[in-house]
Design a protein around this ligand. Structure first.
Ligand code: IDC
Length: 452
């Protein structure tokens, strides 16, 4: 539980201090974005502390959050030029409305009075070590997918990189985090990034079935953690709002607004986030999906104006192929009221043959498409694989640079989970010894060279 405290000592102190911070901007020399602490005075039983936040990057920061712990026996009292929430000995300071923006190379300060003799530890600035990690350059360089491609955007019907080149991303989806979070950790993601050469991780957070609705704060924290892990490895991260049943996305609209507002505000300065706002709508008309998207996308864009948003389609994201087959036409007649979006298509190759493939081919010619989930087996995610059919889809997607993500990076018993049962507890993800047939197949197809 976080408790909000707004303990300005006196109006006079606050105004004087605010005035100082507003103009106390100094050029930075280091290339890192940092928050440095200093005790500016100490009278034995207490002290005055000051943090200087320096933007060493090449683009402005629009907000900041500094969090740290104080040892027991030490606490922070009055403070200025920041807002404070506390949770036990953990203190979280965020910017005031007048000092959230820090231009490249500039600094701002905030301060507080400490009681006791301890000092802050475990400092995080916007979720990253206060010692500074180098801010990603605006001109992509380096070897990871994100370093090479930077912030993505939809250009025409293609997904394009920061240099405007149409690219295809390939990667894996987690299974539901409520069941298989143990399969996504530093070791397994190192293998996904470095051995499988994946470009993208889809973070699949169910809402029902024991998911988000049972513990919003816990699941949000889990998604935040996985976003950081993907980011550390230069992977794109699809934040998958894995609504499934009930099939009307509006059932979870209020939850989705809360969740995506928090995710987008926390990660808006990253270049690798894609927002998938409705995994698989079902048993609803397109107009309901569109209405949901039209309400939710502005919530995301208010925080993160340039993140690509992925919108689910009728009948379990089959573009209506599992319904009356008119899904593409309905989207064209009444598209989502936003730019920089793509529509999603899901297929399971042993269940979805030519009729689905043709529906998809038709959609590629008309709409920006992203395959955020597919399997080589049946729609149950289980049973025998139809690799020949799956390869036809992959060939089409390669030809048109449609990005894809395979279901799923777990050791679930079903044939569509890439690892054999027990792999995640054993913790050995490397090589092919622990892969099921579908795992070996998909690994080979993710590993081939990217055309970035
Ligand atoms: C399946 C999981 C299974 C789970 C079931 C119900 O593999 O363990 O019990 O969901 O939630 C989808 C869905 C995806 C399904 C997958 C395979 O997006 O959640 O996972 N699938 O059935 N659409 C088509 C297939």
């Amino acid at each position: 539980m976080r408790r909000s405290r707004r303990l300005f000592l006196s109006v006079a102190t606050a105004v004087v201090a605010a005035g100082m911070a507003l103009y106390a901007v100094t050029p930075a020399s280091a290339a890192a974005t940092t928050a440095t602490f200093a005790k500016v005075s100490d009278w034995g039983s207490g002290w005055q502390g000051e943090y200087t936040i320096t933007n060493g990057g090449s683009t402005a920061l629009n907000s900041w959050k500094v969090e740290f712990s104080l040892p027991s026996g030490t606490s922070a009292g009055s403070y200025w030029d920041a807002l404070l929430t506390t949770s036990g000995q953990r203190y979280t300071f965020t910017n005031r409305e007048y000092n959230g923006r820090i231009a490249a190379g500039q600094s701002v300060k905030f301060g507080f009075v400490g009681t006791g003799s301890g000092a802050p530890t475990g400092c995080l600035l916007n979720g990253v070590s206060c010692n500074g990690t180098v801010t990603p350059p605006t001109t992509p360089s380096g070897t990871t997918p994100v370093a090479k491609n930077g912030q993505l955007k939809v250009c025409g019907r293609q997904l394009c990189n920061a240099q405007g080149k149409a690219i295809q991303l390939r990667g894996m989806s987690t299974h539901g985090l409520q069941w298989y979070a143990n399969c996504v950790n530093d070791a397994s993601l190192n293998v996904l990034a470095n051995e499988w050469n994946a470009d993208v991780l889809r973070i699949s957070m169910y809402i029902q079935e024991g998911g988000y609705e049972t513990d919003p704060a816990g699941y949000t924290a889990k998604v935040n953690d996985l976003i950081e892990k993907a980011t550390a490895r230069g992977l794109y991260a699809i934040v998958d709002w894995h609504m499934l049943s009930p099939g009307d996305p509006n059932f979870n609209l209020a939850r989705a607004k809360t969740f995506f507002q928090q995710i987008a505000s926390r990660h808006k300065d990253k270049t690798n986030i894609l927002y998938e706002i409705a995994n698989e709508p079902s048993e609803v008309h397109w107009s309901a999906i569109k209405s949901y998207a039209d309400q939710l996308i502005p919530v995301i864009r208010a925080q993160d104006p340039d993140g690509v948003v992925l919108v689910g389609t009728e009948d379990w994201s089959s573009l209506g192929a599992s319904g009356d087959g008119q899904g593409v036409a309905r989207i064209q007649a009444s598209p989502v009221n936003a730019t920089n979006i793509m529509y999603t298509f899901h297929f399971y190759a042993a269940s979805h043959d030519d009729y689905y493939l043709n529906t998809f081919r038709d959609a590629i010619a008309k709409l920006p498409m992203f395959v955020t989930e597919f399997g080589t087996q049946q729609a149950s995610g289980d049973g025998g694989n139809n690799f020949a059919m799956a390869q036809r889809y992959l060939d089409l997607m390669q030809q048109h640079k449609v990005s894809w993500v395979n279901w799923n990076y777990s050791d679930d018993m079903r044939s569509g989970a890439v690892f054999t049962q027990g792999t995640c507890n054993a913790g050995s993800y490397s090589g092919t010894a622990r892969l099921k047939e579908a795992g070996v197949w998909i690994r080979d197809r993710i590993r081939t060279a990217d055309d970035f």
